[in-house]
Design a protein around this ligand. Sequence first.
Ligand SMILES: [Cu+2]
Length: 126
Amino acid sequence: MRKFTSSLLTILIATSLALIPSWAEAHGQFVSSNPKAGSTLSKMPKLVWVEFDGDLITIADKQTNFLTVKNSKGRELSDGKAFVSGTRVGVNIKDRSATGKIKVSWRVVSEDGHPVSSFLTFTVRK
Ligand SMILES: [Cu+2]
């Protein structure tokens, strides 16, 4: 019964979140990323991820956590399929030829059920 109640609560929270525009607040805190924010690399990594200080909320069959990786022209470099593993959201890079300033943006649902969105940048210089 408790399990049913908590999953019902999760659905209710997620449904109400979908109706609220995203905003950045200090809920789930950014902890780390690959690549590091502000770093310079010689090649695009295969995988980009962002880590938070608590588990991200996922709901079966529904995407609640988003991560995009774009070049300076705004072209998406990932395969568009963000995946969550505990405290991390990651995405595979399909175009690893990109250079210049790369922007990693996210919108995730943090452990307390609140949406968190922000971004970081890194640079690829061959
Ligand atoms: Cu919160």
